[in-house]
Design a protein around this ligand. Structure first.
Ligand code: NAP
Length: 256
């Protein structure tokens, strides 16, 4: 039995697509899944973007291929699943990580900003799930790890549209979790708080002192999270270790 416990988090023989894994949280999760034995399909918008993640996985002895594409266009989510399955075989694990975030108060939101966030964050999610859930169900095993945000639970005006798409995404995960639970396909959300990535660089670089003060009061740990701190929960949600958990959200926020 101890040996079985030891293997709970192993992903050998599993194939995983991590969207938006060229950098940031997605890159850390892709490397983490590969370290636990998964074959990983790394994704970024352009071919050159995925190089560093792939090199890191291969150097560490892992297996990966890369696929590319902007998820804003209609059909892009379905196309990405097709590309991934052609490249690496049928998917066992889907990590929905790529997202668009355009900050601004409600009066500044343009039709274009609205459409970009809804299309990348929600429409492509629906398309990817349509494309891979039936196959996972047929094979009797699947894991979907949706990367949400603290903003889906504790929203604020400056990210109102982004937060609404994240809340809708998790709601979708819950609906489908119920339908797919009897079929061995489990869907959960990992909701990060503030994590130090490129996404926050413009605000951080514009006012480093103001940013440091903001971060100190943001959560109980008084700091931003590191991308590597997202990996443990992602591996849990992608593995056999979460066999009795579906439709839930794990919040990794440093205490909020
Ligand atoms: N960082 C945070 O504080 C934070 C907090 C809460 C939740 N999150 C969530 O965590 C996830 C990752 O965030 P991050 O901070 O690691 O992001 P990031 O550093 O900004 O990286 C974004 C990733 O998404 C890809 N991407 C962006 N727009 C895309 C599009 N239109 N089509 C396809 N791919 C696209 C990028 O690809 P390219 O490299 O090719 O551009 C990149 O791989 C997101 O879902 C985000 O909402 C982040």
């Amino acid at each position: 039995m101890t040996t079985a416990y030891r293997n709970l988090f192993r992903l050998d023989g599993r194939t995983a697509l991590v969207t938006g894994s060229s950098r940031g949280i997605g890159a850390a999760i892709a490397k983490g899944l590969a370290a636990f034995g998964a074959k990983v399909v790394v994704h970024g918008q352009a071919p050159e973007s995925t190089q560093s993640t792939c090199e890191a996985i291969l150097e560490a002895g892992g297996a990966c291929v890369a696929v590319h594409g902007d998820l804003a266009a209609p059909g892009a989510g379905r196309d990405l699943i097709r590309q991934a399955e052609e490249a690496e075989g049928l998917l066992d694990i889907l990590v929905i990580n790529a997202s668009a975030q355009i900050n601004g108060t409600l009066d500044t939101v343009t039709d274009e900003d609205f459409a970009t966030q809804v299309n990348v964050n929600l429409r492509s999610t629906v398309e990817m799930l349509q494309a891979c859930l039936p196959g996972m169900a047929e094979r009797g095993w699947g894991r979907v790890v949706n990367i949400g945000s603290i903003n889906q639970l504790r929203p604020k005006g400056i990210v109102a549209i982004y937060a609404a798409t994240k809340a809708a995404q998790h709601n979708l995960i819950q609906s489908l979790a119920r339908d797919y639970a009897p079929k061995g396909v489990l869907l959960n959300t990992l909701a990060p708080g503030l994590i130090d990535t490129d996404r926050n660089a413009p605000r951080r670089d514009a006012d480093p002192e103001g940013w440091a003060a903001y971060v100190r009061q943001l959560n109980w740990m008084g700091r931003a999270g590191h991308v590597d701190e997202m990996v443990g929960a992602a591996v849990l949600l992608a593995s056999d270790a979460c066999s009795f958990m579906t439709g839930e959200a794990i919040v990794l926020s440093g205490g909020y």
